[in-house]
Design a protein around this ligand. Structure first.
Ligand code: IPM
Ligand code: SF4
Length: 475
């Protein structure tokens, strides 16, 4: 018998009962909650007269509907102008109060995007099963956890039973070997992976990201990569536990302490695929071949190196792909063969659970330092992923760099990642965005999203069009 993959190990450790039909009941260690997908789940609990099975496994924070604007934010929940948003955030608050759930409320120092808050507080730990009613829960797999999104009815199921019915996924290995060039980041790595395997490449699989590039990557970079596993079609992405993981987790508020820590660390050290483990699918990339990426179309797989040119549908043989390209070019307002660097940018968004951690803001500030927003760019939003990221950035003076560059320094929120709050693109506007989704209307009706790294987003902000950050020269 061959060895186990990391996914096999995490799965086996959480199976409560397996059935003949391939489904299994798995135990959930951590349940993260936000305002969008939890109201009906709590309503269901109430109607059935149930209470959460293990209330201390649940951690909540509002993120999608909270305004990023400081003055609107200052009014707390009651100050939220949009009525639907206000009700959602208020309902989360009331539900947490009623059921005794730990919540980092709207202006609490622990508040933030749920996928930033989980790892930074140690609510997410290696070896855990982590769920949230949110597809980007895959982010938490970076810690060597089995983490994936669930639907609202499953949110209720997990609240009520602490378990989830699942079918085991296939094992997929994505190896990124070699080294990354200067100016090439985790975001470029994951965009290049999706460009290669497509948005259906990981369907039915749990992806383990490995290889030298991933081994050298910081925890935050690994989170960026795992965050977008879902955009590659896989519900879960993960990375083996190593010293980088252990060092990251140590001392976090929810992390075990003292003798408990020793025991936990020893167990976590086994959270890697065995040398003889077999994967159903293996994909390999070379780090040195990855360039800074920019998405040009309406799907994350429509992505190119910054020195590339938008495809010409006339050169595509496959009729489905051809019409896909035609439609994307039309929506995005681009010409066949147009150089990526010739695409003008109207707004820039640095934020989201993909790229709003402290290292992302440092990378953005490094490019912004001594430069200013191009006149043609209407707005540059810099939105920290959590209150704690915001405080850290301010203690390092990063906010001053942004403000001096003519950018807006905002409050933690999902913000312009999706049009669920007041940060939106206007119809026809192009946005250099560090988020993870670029489908039609994602950032506002008619808005045109281009996915990039934080450094590339700022390079676009200061030049007014996509620019290879490596060619910017000295500020
Ligand atoms: C609102 C929520 C359910 C959704 C998700 O599941 O991912 C959102 O976070 C997104 O990024 O589209
Ligand atoms: S930041 Fe964007 S992708 Fe992440 S949870 Fe919020 S809306 Fe979803």
């Amino acid at each position: 018998m061959s060895g186990k993959t990391l996914y096999d190990k995490l799965w086996d450790a959480h199976v409560v009962k397996s059935r003949e039909d391939g489904t299994a009941l798995i135990y959930i260690d951590r349940h993260l909650i936000h305002e969008v997908t939890s109201p009906q789940a709590f309503e269901g609990l109430r109607l059935a007269g149930r209470k959460p099975w293990r209330v201390d496994s649940v951690v909540a924070t509002p993120d999608h509907n909270v305004p990023s604007d400081a003055s609107e934010r200052a009014g707390g929940i009651d100050g939220i102008v949009d009525e639907v948003s206000r009700i959602q955030v208020k309902t989360l608050d009331e539900n947490c109060e009623e059921f005794g759930i730990v919540e980092f409320g709207i202006n609490d120092p622990g508040q933030g995007i749920v996928h930033v808050v989980g790892p930074e507080t140690g609510a997410t730990l290696p070896g855990m099963t982590v769920v949230c009613g949110d597809s980007h829960t895959s982010t938490h797999g970076a810690l060597g956890a089995l983490a994936h999104g669930i639907g609202t009815s499953e949110v209720e199921h997990v609240l009520a039973t602490q378990c989830l019915i699942q079918k085991k996924m296939k094992n997929m290995l994505v190896r990124v070997d070699g080294v990354l060039g200067e100016g090439v980041t985790a975001k470029d790595v994951v965009l290049a992976i999706i460009g290669k395997i497509g948005t259906a490449g990981g369907n039915g699989c749990a992806i383990e990201f490995a290889g030298e590039v991933i081994e050298k990557m910081s925890m935050e970079g690994r989170m960026t990569v795992c965050n977008m596993a879902i955009e590659a079609g896989a519900r879960a992405g993960m990375v083996a536990v190593d010293d980088i993981t252990i060092d990251y987790v140590k001392g976090k508020p929810f992390a075990p302490k003292g003798a408990e820590w020793e025991k936990a660390e020893a167990a976590w050290r086994d959270l890697h695929s065995d040398a003889d483990a077999k994967f159903d699918v293996v994909v390999e990339l070379k780090g040195e071949e990855i360039q800074p990426q920019v998405s040009w179309g309406t799907s994350p797989e429509m992505v190119l190196p910054v020195d590339g040119a938008v495809p010409n549908p006339a050169e595509e043989q496959d009729p489905t792909k051809k019409s896909g390209i035609e439609r994307a070019l039309q929506y995005m307002g681009l010409r066949a063969g147009q150089k990526i660097t010739e695409i003008p940018v109207d707004r820039v968004f640095v934020g989201s659970c993909t790229n709003a951690r402290i290292e992302d803001l440092r990378a953005a500030a490094e490019v912004a330092k001594g430069r200013t927003k191009a006149d043609s760019v209407k707005q540059v939003l810099i939105v920290p992923g959590s209150q704690s990221v915001k405080a850290q950035a301010e203690s390092e003076g990063l906010h001053k760099v942004f403000v001096e560059a003519g950018f807006e320094w905002r409050e933690p929120s999902c913000s312009m990642c999706l049009a669920m709050n007041s940060d939106k693109l206007g119809a026809g506007e192009h946005c250099a965005s560090t988020s993870n989704r670029n489908f039609e209307g994602r950032q506002g009706f008619g808005g045109r999203t281009h996915l990039v790294s934080p450094a590339m987003a700022v390079a676009a902000a200061v030049t007014g069009h996509f620019t290879d950050v490596r060619k910017l020269g000295k500020a």
